[in-house]
Design a binder for this molecule. Structure first.
Ligand SMILES: [Zn+2]
Length: 135
């Protein structure tokens, strides 16, 4: 796959591969992928990320996005969204699973996380989403 698009990124996710892009000039890593480096370089390549990171920030979402309402999340069944700082450098927003949302004081900034892949939606709308859980 040569096009550094979100469609290509999602296709990789469907194969349970976490792929970002890396600038060949300065080594910066991007997730989601970018076709052009923040510094303007366009010598970009795909890089498979290890899926390991740490929790940089999080929030508990009580008013769910529509796609999440369809998955049964709501005010009575909230979910956790975090910013995960990956070992390779970039930070990405994703759902955090395997944490006790009823006791958010137990969710620790800096806790180690690993990537997991969650299937959502029916039939043709079925997609693989990136999520994280404690190691
Ligand atoms: Zn660059």
């Amino acid at each position: 796959m040569e096009a550094f698009t979100s469609a290509a990124y999602n296709q990789y996710l469907g194969e349970r591969e976490l792929m970002g892009t890396r600038c060949r000039v300065d080594g910066r890593v991007y997730l989601p992928p970018r076709a052009i480096c923040r510094e303007g370089h366009d010598e970009i390549e795909w890089i498979e990320l290890a899926g390991q990171g740490t929790l940089a920030a999080f929030t508990v979402v009580y008013v769910a996005l529509s796609a999440m309402i369809a998955e049964g999340f709501n005010r009575q069944n909230p979910y956790c969204v975090g910013i995960v700082r990956l070992a390779e450098g970039p930070a990405i927003s994703a759902q955090i699973l395997g944490v006790d949302i009823k006791h958010p004081e137990q969710i620790q900034i800096g806790m180690p996380l690993k990537a997991i892949y969650v299937e959502r939606g029916e039939a043709a709308a079925r997609r693989t989403f990136l999520a994280f859980e404690p190691v």
